[in-house]
Design a protein around this ligand. Structure first.
Ligand code: NAP
Ligand code: G4F
Length: 326
């Protein structure tokens, strides 16, 4: 049986990657951090089907041990301090775990298992202020410590491919969301708040810049594209995105309207959610992955929003029942 190692398996994308590899007959191994609270909610449904080891991207020895013990066919580095705003507060930690963490994975593989295929989860944030649409040839102009760290990790991955002939690739993913999205990212913050407002559990939603535009996909579609990239014959770098951009304001309008609410009655501007440098518009040109790997997304923007709202309405309803002691 083929073996895949996934860092960030407890995260949004890592959990969908684990499902896809299981469906394709792989033995799945995940690296998880020890935390004071459970961090395995997103993988509880597949807990008995996967193998987990403790480790951290800040520790070379833990990554090396993970690789030596599993000898994987594929290694996907999907772990990161992935919050752009937070990266301005903890730039050194963000840089260490993303840029150095990626080098630690590559170096541990080069020494112990150089034939293993590698995929680094790079990001559209690397394009920063470069005008849209952005594709594989667009020059980077990163606008946050997170994006700077990802640019370093992106080029390190290419360098290991060129220097050591490793099968090392980058997925350059645009924003991806799902019911499993972390609660401090803007889409999840909006769908969760709208559902709680509907059930009378919340009366205000505090947000920052509503004018930025993002290219939002379903995380399942992005994870599928990552699977195609790492299992392709040749290593390469691919932009993954829907090719359509919407503003935060549009997202707000759609979500609140679906719940018969007017977002302007609830949203409050809070400058603490602004970033020192913002990325105004991200919109992918996804021609390469569609033509070379025949990737097609399954979910539309509307379907993504509907799935997130349905999930958050159920959670809000349960919260309300518990609160009302029913
Ligand atoms: P996420 O939900 O924030 O998950 C991040 C994962 O990384 C979690 O499993 C987390 O563990 C783990 N992690 C964080 N720091 C770590 C460390 N020092 N050592 C080991 N593990 C660590 O992120 P995501 O949305 O799934 O994104 C997956 C990857 O794609 C990330 O590299 C992200 O930067 C990149 N990316 C995401 C998007 C997007 O829109 N979602 C777009 C482009 C690229 P805990 O569960 O313990 O916190
Ligand atoms: O949801 P966000 O925090 O996502 P952002 O910054 O685009 O980063 C995400 O996508 C990247 C891919 O392009 C990933 F690499 C990264 O790991 C992450 O998954 O913010 C989206 C936009 C920004 O313009 C932000 O300023 O929403 C704006 N925003 C407005 N109010 C807010 C808020 N963002 C957050 N998180 N919280 C707010 O209250």
């Amino acid at each position: 049986m083929n073996k895949v190692c996934i860092t960030g398996i407890t995260g949004q994308t890592g959990s969908y990657l684990a499902e896809i590899f299981l469906q394709n007959g792989y033995d799945v191994y995940g690296l998880i951090r020890r935390t004071s609270n459970f961090n395995t909610q997103r993988i509880e449904h597949i807990f008995d089907d996967i193998n987990l080891s403790y480790g951290d991207l800040s520790s070379f020895s833990s990554i090396q041990k993970f690789i030596q013990e599993t000898q994987p066919d594929i290694f996907i580095n999907a772990a990161a301090q992935s919050h752009v705003r937070v990266s301005f507060d903890v730039p050194e930690y963000t840089m260490d775990t993303i840029a150095m963490g990626n080098i630690r994975c590559l170096e541990a593989l080069r020494i112990n298992s150089p034939q293993t295929r590698y995929l680094h989860a790079a990001t559209s944030e690397m394009f920063g202020s470069a005008p849209p649409p952005q594709n594989e040839n667009t020059p980077f102009h990163p606008r946050s410590p997170y994006a700077c760290a990802k640019v370093c990790a992106y080029y390190s991955t290419i360098n290991y491919r060129e220097a050591y002939k490793m099968h090392a690739s980058n997925s350059i993913s645009f924003n991806h969301e799902s019911p499993r999205r972390g609660h401090t990212f803007v889409t999840k913050k909006i769908t969760k708040a709208a559902a709680r407002i509907k059930y009378g559990l919340q009366d205000k939603l505090r947000l920052g810049n509503l004018d930025a535009k993002r290219d939002w996909s379903h995380a399942k579609d992005i994870a599928h594209a990552m699977y195609l990239i790492v299992t392709a014959d040749k290593p390469d770098d691919y932009v993954i995105g829907s090719g359509k951009a919407h503003s935060i304001k549009e997202f707000l309008e759609i979500v609140f309207k679906k719940l018969d609410l007017n977002w302007e009655d609830y949203v409050v501007f809070d400058e603490k959610y602004l970033r020192p440098t913002e990325v105004d518009v991200l919109c992918s040109d996804n021609t390469k992955i569609k033509e070379k790997l025949f990737w097609e997304p399954e979910y539309s923007f509307e379907q993504l929003i509907d799935e997130m709202i349905d999930h958050d309405l159920k959670e809000a309803r349960n919260e309300k029942l518990i609160r009302d002691n029913v």
